[in-house]
Design a protein around this ligand. Structure first.
Ligand SMILES: C[S@@+](CC[C@H](N)C(=O)[O-])C[C@H]1O[C@@H](n2cnc3c(N)ncnc32)[C@H](O)[C@@H]1O
Length: 464
């Protein structure tokens, strides 16, 4: 792996004696790690843990993830270990028992959003945003598969967030960056790297931060991260923001054994991850608190007209038993789709709808077509699905993968209704039996595209 010369020279200055170890790490394979969705599964007990995140594990080898139905069912997320340090910022600096409004501004493909969704309380709301439309769809898919039901996925430009002044308690900006920390995992990142690009990235990050700062509550927390090592995009940007906004730097407790490097510039703390010191890729994180009194919670403007439309009584009555605790939700209808949003989030969610481009919200439960009602796939993967409302059928590995490829499958039983198909007792999705025939309703855009090998390996990472 040929690293750019000016990058090497800078890292030599930064790391001094450690540089040879750092360079040697590029000859080692990148580690593989997963974060388990504890509401759906537990990890295989043999897996070693990522030390700074509770439900995170290293894998001895990279399995063929695509061939594990439980990945498609949202039982775990394949995520780089360093970036799971986000958990420490949340646990150490935020009272997670409170109902919070949390923003993940640069959300796709969804590593940090699914992590945040696991960390916040049920009464909290996560707005998970991705400005690039095609990537926003992947984000919505991963958020839906994670299934917490308290997330709104938006696809808006950072500049649009000033329409929600002092709205968020916590804001995560995992900024687009020059990607030096990904050189080992993705050598293509080397070709895209240049000093000029570093400068452009640093300027873009400043613009993004300025765009969203207004949407943070006084006393609220900004968690900023990149997967790069240069100081311009990291410490310098954080010192610049702290000085400009008189924001307070938040120091995090580190366990010495973790190997994370703490830095400081103009009194602003930062945390660096190097592959020769930790099992993971390059990463930087810093935490700032906005000036002002905490707890000045956002007062929603008293508007009379809501954008969110309630579902009709008739439709609600037909589908509400498909979720556990249906009374906890506000039942909404948007076009043909009936969805459920935790009732306590209604006002805040409506404000998000009024001001941003929302592409997914809560749990989409059913599609109404005339007199026909179709359970939506997002319901099957929701943590709040009431399984008792459906006939469930367990599939073996081969049949599960065929279903996920959206192939025609046949089942032992016959009938005339919706069935919930499962693998290892975990819902995969819906099918409709019509006599002996089975209509496969797995979403086309989510289907597995790879051909199935003759010998199917059991991946066995999590237990449901
Ligand atoms: C480092 S990635 C985010 C990874 C994600 N947080 C995760 O954990 O899976 C940065 C994201 O920022 C998005 N992005 C690119 N340009 C942007 C801009 N000008 N403003 C906001 N986001 C941008 C990219 O599309 C990309 O999805």
């Amino acid at each position: 792996m040929e690293l750019p010369i000016s990058f090497k020279e800078r890292m030599q200055r930064l790391l001094a004696d450690e540089f040879s170890n750092f360079e040697a790490a590029f000859a080692q394979p990148a580690s593989v790690s997963i974060r388990v969705n504890s509401n759906k599964a537990t990890a295989n007990p043999d897996l070693p843990r990522v030390p700074w995140a509770e439900n995170a594990y290293y894998l001895p080898v990279r399995p063929q993830f695509t061939l594990d139905p439980l990945l498609h069912a949202g039982c775990y997320y394949v995520q780089e270990a360093s970036s799971m340090f986000l958990e420490q910022a949340l646990k150490q600096a935020v009272d997670l028992s409170q109902p919070l409004h949390v923003l993940d501004l640069c959300g796709a493909p969804g590593g940090k959003s699914t992590h945040l969704a696991s960390l916040i309380s049920e009464e909290s709301m996560l707005v998970s945003n991705e400005v690039i439309k095609s990537r926003a769809n992947i984000l919505a898919e991963n958020v839906a598969k994670w299934g917490t039901g308290n997330v709104l996925v938006t696809s808006s430009d950072p500049s649009n967030f000033s329409r929600l002044p002092e709205f968020f308690d916590v804001m995560v900006v995992d900024a687009p960056c020059s990607g030096e920390g990904m050189f080992r995992k993705d050598p293509q990142a080397i070709n895209e790297w240049s000093e000029e690009n570093v400068k452009l990235c640093a300027q873009r990050q400043q613009r993004i931060l300025m765009d969203v700062w207004e949407a943070l509550k006084p006393g609220g927390l900004l968690i900023y991260s990149t997967c790069t090592w240069n100081e311009q995009e990291n410490e310098e940007n954080m010192a610049w923001l702290a000085a400009q906004e008189q924001a307070e730097s938040i120091k995090l407790e580190l366990n010495q054994s973790w190997g994370i490097v703490a830095t400081e510039l103009n009194g602003v703390a930062g945390y660096r991850f190097y592959p020769h010191r930790i099992q993971g890729e390059g990463f930087f994180m810093a935490v700032l608190r906005k000036q002002g009194q905490e707890g000045l919670s956002h007062k929603s403007s008293k508007k009379k007209k809501y954008k969110l439309q309630p579902a009709s009584k008739k439709e609600k009555a037909l589908v509400q038993d498909w979720l556990k605790d249906p009374e906890k939700y506000e039942w909404l209808q948007y076009g043909e789709v009936v969805s459920a949003l935790p009732a306590n989030l209604f006002e805040a969610a409506d404000e998000v709808y009024q001001n941003l481009h929302v592409i997914y919200a809560g749990t989409e439960v059913a599609e109404v077509k005339g007199k026909k009602l179709k359970p939506m796939h997002t319901l099957a993967v929701s943590q709040h699905l009431n399984k008792d409302a459906f006939t469930t059928i367990d599939l073996d590995l081969e049949l599960a993968l065929k279903y996920l490829r959206k192939e025609d499958i046949s089942l032992d039983s016959s009938g005339n209704d919706w069935v919930l198909l499962q693998y290892n007792n975990v819902p995969l999705g819906f099918a409709k039996q019509i006599g002996n025939r089975v209509n496969n309703y797995y979403p086309k855009e989510w289907r597995i595209r790879m051909e199935l090998p003759a010998d199917l390996p059991e991946v066995n990472l999590v237990i449901s």
